[in-house]
Design a protein around this ligand. Structure first.
Ligand SMILES: [Zn+2]
Length: 141
């Protein structure tokens, strides 16, 4: 495992008014990549589910999987299916706690949204993760 340089935030790209179970997320990853895509899944309830050990390579950001941890929150689309920041207060709190814990383990890692990577033509994770977590970003870069 290489050094973890990025903590990459994703959304499940599912409608926030329709629950998307952990089992369904794992099944989607297995179908597309032969394994769960993300390391962590943050449910609308604020529950955090670990899908992969951190030392196992994820399958969530082409070209960056070996140097990143993938974090997916449930939702990202509004009831009409349009990209939207649908994070609940419980999800925001859970994401913050999770990212704080990850920063302890990977202090030099930057937190970014999937769409901030080059050549990503998606809205994922439907909010500006870099600035939302500015206070947690590494100071010396
Ligand atoms: Zn994504």
């Amino acid at each position: 495992m290489k050094e973890i340089k990025l903590l990459i935030i994703h959304c499940s790209a599912t409608r926030a008014n329709r629950p998307f179970s952990t089992e369904a997320l794992i099944a989607t990853g297995r179908q597309r990549f032969g394994q769960p895509s993300y390391h962590y899944y943050v449910r609308q309830s604020g529950e955090v589910v670990q899908l992969l050990p951190e030392h196992v390579r994820g399958a969530h950001a082409k070209g960056y999987n070996s140097i990143s941890i993938g974090i997916c929150y449930e939702g990202g689309l509004d009831a009409q299916g349009h990209p939207a920041d649908t994070r609940t207060e419980a999800q925001k709190a859970a994401l913050l706690t999770l990212l704080q814990a990850l920063k302890e383990r990977y202090p030099s890692a930057r937190i970014i949204g999937h769409r901030e990577l080059p050549h990503v033509a998606k809205a994922c994770p439907c909010f500006d993760a870099s600035s939302a977590y500015a206070a947690l970003q590494p100071r010396h870069r």
